[in-house]
Design a protein around this ligand. Structure first.
Ligand code: NI
Length: 171
């Protein structure tokens, strides 16, 4: 089932998500809905709090439109090693129509559980490394715009206000 993606400034996006203690069919249903919602959007990643579920679950697929799907599901993901630096443009399904460069680690090693409860280790670089960091941030109530300089964040907020005013029909 495709779920509604919450958008900034919805306060649900600022809440910290709780670790999944037992993986059940409900967890696997959640994962399926998240994947469906991500592919439908379309996006390269989605975290459970973006659909209002405050559990530490993320889905990622950076394979791109023309490639075979390559879905990564990480439950209770944790970055156990990070190195290098990158500064690439990011967007977010919860922050529509906005993109900005964000400083991230270039390589990460992530540990977590798969939907069967098996421990997995993912070694990531490039877009996948960025996606892991971006989605894990969501689990801690952090959006990519929180990484911007105060000046850039201010510009973003002004732009948001302007588009809200336009939508409301005020000059
Ligand atoms: Ni996001």
């Amino acid at each position: 089932m495709i779920r509604t993606i919450l958008t900034y400034p919805n306060p649900e996006l600022k809440k910290k998500s709780a670790a999944v203690t037992i993986i059940t069919d409900a967890t696997r249903d959640l994962v399926r809905d998240m994947a469906e919602t991500m592919y439908d959007a379309p996006g390269v990643g989605l975290a459970a709090p973006q659909i209002g579920v405050h559990q530490r679950v993320i889905v990622i697929d950076v394979s791109g439109r023309d490639e075979q799907p390559d879905l990564i599901v990480a439950i209770n993901p944790a970055i156990i090693h990070a190195e290098g630096e990158t500064y690439e443009e990011e967007g977010c399904l919860s922050v529509p129509q906005y993109a900005a460069n964000v400083r991230r680690h270039a390589q990460v090693v992530v540990k977590g559980l798969d939907p069967e409860g098996n421990e997995q280790t993912w070694r990531a670089e490039g877009l996948l490394a960025i996606a892991f960091q971006h989605e894990i941030d969501h689990l801690d109530g952090i959006l990519f715009i929180d990484h911007l300089s105060p000046l850039k964040r201010d510009l973003f907020k002004r732009k948001l206000r302007k588009s809200a005013e336009t939508a409301a029909g005020t000059p």
